[in-house]
Each structure stands twice: as structure tokens, then as C-alpha cells.
Design a protein around this ligand. Structure first.
Ligand code: UDP
Ligand code: MG
Length: 337
């Protein structure tokens, strides 16, 4: 009886919490963006108020050296819907997003760059796609882009590769403007430089309806870009990690073990063949060539050694994952008890 009562009140609490939840959280990572924040938050307020929605803006100051934090403080005193989180040092955009996601209370979460390159005017349409069309996540697509060529060309190649590898039909993975159902951001974990691959992380977590919307893009008004050409290299390495972790993160032996066994097998067959041939020649008292004079001998050796090493790597990785605290944690979307 008491348990039932308790459960009843728990459900009530939960319902109340849900009611208290805001319609929208806007997460804004900001690294040295003091000049833009005032204009950005005012613009957001104007758009979202016109829609009659409740919202919050969470500015994550990623260890800025300029007056970004002072600006956040000033704005939040004037407008309590603006909240701030300040990192002690610069951790990167992914870290900022991750903290913002954890703090978000809205049913929909939108991320937006602080530099006024993304337009708050897109918010209503993005919200509608999630609420009415049932998308789990909508990514912006900067179809007409106002950035230098040194940025747009690598970006085209990058997007092509990611599209092919992930099978997600998006044109612009790296767009800062994205909208999510709250569930998505509370489930996925963005770390390292993974902010480019949030759609992949979402897909791996089982969120299937991922859409795209063409968005307005502006030139950077103040300050300068925080990312250089080295982002392409890091980006590709991260892509490999994301897709590998998604497929084999919990069962590394299936990758290394399979590859290692296969290699060892081919090496073994080749060595066996050479050995058998040699014996056959010797048996018939023919003039047998040296085993070491055949290139296959060396290939066989290399294959067997590499095969063993791959297998052992898989085994070690398996031992490591066995010790991971989340080895048996799965993403559950619903439960009936
Ligand atoms: N950013 C951040 N931490 C960083 C680098 C960037 O929070 O270490 C923020 C930055 O303030 C901006 C957004 O991430 O709001 C996108 O950065 P930027 O405009 O430099 O990227 P670009 O538009 O050149 O791709
Ligand atoms: Mg920018």
C-alpha cells in the first residue's frame, strides 16, 4: 500500500517536473565571443517570444580570455532566461556542448554558434520539424556559405566521406545549428572533437529519424574563427574512432580476432604448402630449392606474425572492455513495470 502511494506520488512528481520543463533550451558554446553575445541573445528573445514559447539560453564560456563571462553575467542579470556555465580553461566545442546538454531543461534542445553566423530566425521551423514531423534530430545545412574557400572545399570533401561512411544522408555534418529532441542529447556522449559527428552518435544510439534543413548562414561579424586547417586531420581520425567504437567498441575481438585468425590462416597454409613441397622433393630425391629462396616463405612468416599480434590485440582489448563499468549498459527507450 505504502509502496503504491509512494509510486503514485513519484509519478505525480514526474508529471509536475514535466510540466515545469521548458519548451526549448538553446545551448551556445562561446570562446572569446564577447562582442556577439548581446546581439545574439536579444535576437533569440525576439524570435522565441513571438512564438510564445518558454525557453532558456545556456551560454557555455569555454575558457575565454576576453570579456565573454562578464558579458554573460551582465545579460543574465537583465534576462533571467539567460544562464551561463564557465570553464576554467579552454576545453573545446565538444566539451562545451556536453556541459550545455547536461544542464538543458527544455523538451527541445537547439545548439547554435555564438558568433552570429547562425540565425535565430530558423528556430521556429526547426522546432516544428521536431514537434510536428517527428524528427529526433534536425541538422542545419549551410547551403549558401559565407566562409573562405580554404574552409568550404575541405568541408565538401569531409562531408562526402562522412556521408558515405555513415550512411546518413546529410550535406553538412559540421553545422553549428542543430535541433534535438531532449532524449537525444541526454543519451549521447559528446567528447574529444566529436561535435562534428553528433548525427552519427545519435544514429548509433538508435535515433533513426535524422533530418536536415537549409539554413541561413552569415559571415562572421566579430572576432575570428577558432578552427584552422588542422581540424580536417583531427576530424578524420575522430571519424574512424566514432565508426569503429560504434561497431566494435563493445566486442573488439570480433574485429581483431577475425582479422588475425584470417591472416594467420593464410600464412599457415602458405608455410604448409612450402614445407610439403620441400618434403615431396626430398622424398623423390629431386634437387629441392631452399625454402627461403621463395618469396612466399617471407610472406607466410609476416602473415603468421601479424595474425598472432592482431589476435592478441583483440584479446587484450577484450580484457579491457570487460573491465569497463558500462560493459553491460544498454540504451533503453521505454519500460513497462
Ligand atoms: N568554440 C568553443 N570552443 C572552442 C572553439 C570554438 O566554444 O575551443 C565555439 C565558438 O565560440 C563558436 C563555435 O564554437 O561559437 C564555432 O566556432 P567558430 O565560429 O570558430 O567555427 P567556424 O564557424 O569557423 O566553423
Ligand atoms: Mg563561426
Amino acid at each position: 500500500m505504502q509502496k503504491e502511494l509512494q509510486q503514485g506520488s513519484k509519478q505525480k512528481n514526474r508529471a509536475m517536473e514535466r510540466e515545469k520543463a521548458l519548451d526549448l533550451s538553446i545551448v551556445v558554446p562561446a570562446y572569446d565571443e564577447e562582442e556577439s553575445l548581446g546581439e545574439l541573445t536579444a535576437w533569440i528573445a525576439q524570435v522565441v517570444e513571438a512564438e510564445g514559447r518558454s525557453y532558456e539560453v545556456i551560454v557555455v564560456d569555454d575558457g575565454s580570455d576576453d570579456g565573454t563571462w562578464a558579458e554573460v553575467k551582465r545579460i543574465s542579470q537583465e534576462d533571467s532566461r539567460v544562464k551561463g556555465i564557465r570553464f576554467r580553461r579552454n576545453y573545446g566545442k565538444s566539451a562545451a556542448l556536453s556541459e550545455g546538454f547536461a544542464a538543458a531543461k527544455g523538451k527541445i534542445v537547439i545548439t547554435m554558434d555564438a558568433d552570429l553566423q547562425d540565425s535565430p530566425d530558423e528556430i521556429p521551423a526547426l522546432m516544428a520539424m521536431i514537434e510536428k514531423e517527428g524528427y529526433d534530430m534536425v541538422s542545419g545545412w549551410k547551403k549558401v556559405r559565407h566562409d573562405p574557400l580554404s574552409k568550404t572545399i575541405p568541408s565538401k570533401i569531409f562531408n562526402n566521406v562522412v556521408r558515405r561512411m555513415s550512411g546518413i544522408k546529410l550535406h553538412d555534418f559540421n553545422c553549428g545549428l542543430k535541433a534535438y529532441r531532449a532524449d537525444v542529447v541526454k543519451t549521447i556522449e559528446v567528447y574529444g572533437e566529436m561535435h562534428r559527428y553528433v548525427p552519427l552518435l545519435a544514429k548509433e544510439a538508435g535515433f533513426k529519424k535524422i533530418g536536415e534543413k537549409v539554413v541561413q548562414h552569415y559571415e562572421r561579424k566579430f572576432g575570428k574563427s577558432k578552427f584552422g586547417i588542422e581540424r580536417t586531420v583531427k576530424g578524420f581520425l575522430d571519424l574512424l574512432s566514432v565508426s569503429f567504437m560504434g561497431k566494435f567498441g563493445k566486442r573488439p575481438m570480433h574485429f581483431f580476432g577475425a582479422l588475425g585468425t584470417l591472416m594467420f590462416f593464410f600464412g599457415f597454409i602458405a608455410a604448409g604448402w612450402l614445407g610439403a613441397k620441400k618434403l615431396w622433393f626430398v622424398y623423390h630425391d629431386w634437387n629441392a630449392p631452399l625454402v627461403t629462396s621463395s618469396p612466399y616463405f617471407y610472406l607466410a612468416l609476416v602473415f603468421m606474425i601479424l595474425g598472432t599480434q592482431l589476435f592478441l590485440t583483440g584479446f587484450t582489448a577484450e580484457l579491457v572492455t570487460r573491465n569497463a563499468p558500462d560493459r553491460n549498459k544498454y540504451l533503453i527507450s521505454e519500460k513497462i513495470e
